[in-house]
Structures are given as C-alpha cells and as structure tokens.
Ligand binder design. Structure first.
Ligand SMILES: [Mg+2]
Ligand SMILES: [Zn+2]
Length: 193
C-alpha cells in the first residue's frame, strides 16, 4: 500500500514575502512577527492543494539564529505568525519543519553540517516517515535551487516558483519538473496536471 501524497512547501518567497536585508538589500527571511506578509492568493492555493488530497508539509531553512542575527524566541514567534495568518485563512499544515543550522554559523550548537538543511532531504524524509507519505507522488514547491535539490534528493517531483525577490538564489539547479510565477500558478499546474 502506498502512502499519502504530500505537498512539501518552502516558506519564504512561496508563502510569505521576503524582507530586504539592511546590509545587502537582497530579500531574506522576515525575522520578526510584524514583518510577516502572506503573498497574494496563498490561503486559497493551499486550500486547493488540501482539497486535492495533498498533505501540507512545510520545510524551511531558517539559519538566522545560527548566524547570530536574531534570537530563537523571535524566530519561533515569526514562524508562529506565519502559521497564525494561514490558520486565519483556514489552512493548517500537518507538520512544519525548520532547519536551524548553518555551515558557517557563529552559534556552535547550530553550526556545521546537518542532514536537514536543503538541498539535503532530511526534513522531507523525516516528515514522510512520520506521516506515511509517498514521496514519488509528492511535490516539492520552492523558490530556490536548494528547494529543487531537496525535492530531487528526496525523490519528489519539483516546482520552482520564480519569486522575483529570490532570483539570486536560482539558476544553478537541475531543471525542475515545472516552473511557475507564484504559488497559485504552481498549484494550478499540479492540480490540473
Ligand atoms: Mg524560499
Ligand atoms: Zn539542519
């Protein structure tokens, strides 16, 4: 018997807007709850995925604590704000995993290599084991090469969401199965495909 199919979703640039880094001007993760803004149509798109029988699983690299940019409490409060805004639109994730590590972090216990930082497949494999998911009929939806790589490494199909603010994190990956301008377009392609 095969397991359920899942939609593995990256967070920043897929569910919510990025926030400009004060030093580089490039869009990075929101680091405070009041910076969280859902992208247009996200609640409706996730509800459509759930209606089509996909288990919703979040998988996000969040290295800001490891880099010393924010406290763990603030990072968790920011994540809770994302979930709260989605819940207000009637969307609930089966599980939402965060990798807190970074290879060159400054907080020793969160620094160095790990098996969960995308493109490693650790978060997807862990969720698949916990929730009896069938990876081959599942999709990874993300806006960076790391997301496509994580899906490939876990054995899912992949959609690259071409969020304008994260163009600097795309370009070197193997081709994804699909490309889409945003989450609603990605979901339309998956559900209609
Ligand atoms: Mg992202
Ligand atoms: Zn990790």
């Amino acid at each position: 018997m095969t397991g359920a199919r899942a939609a593995f979703l990256d967070r920043d640039g897929v569910l919510n807007e990025g926030v400009p880094d004060p030093e580089t001007g490039l869009l990075e993760s929101p680091l405070h709850p009041d910076e969280v803004r859902l992208l247009p149509g996200v609640g409706e798109a996730l509800a459509r995925l759930a209606d089509a029988g996909f288990v919703l699983v979040g998988v996000s690299n969040q290295p800001a604590v490891a880099k010393g940019k924010v406290s763990l409490e603030e990072l968790i409060a920011t994540q809770e704000r994302v979930l709260e805004l989605l819940a207000a639109e009637g969307v609930n994730f089966a599980t939402f995993k965060l990798c807190l590590h970074h290879p060159e972090g400054i907080v020793p216990e969160l620094s160095g290599s790990c098996e969960c930082r995308k493109p490693a497949p650790g978060m997807l494999l862990e969720a698949a084991a916990e929730l009896a998911l069938d990876l081959g009929s599942s999709w990874m939806i993300g806006d960076t090469d790391g997301d496509v790589g994580a899906g490939r490494n876990a054995g899912t199909k992949t959609v690259l969401v071409e969020y304008p603010g994260s163009a600097h994190k795309r370009g070197r990956a193997e081709d994804p199965d699909l490309r889409a301008a945003d989450l609603p377009a990605a979901v339309a392609a998956i559900v209609n495909g």
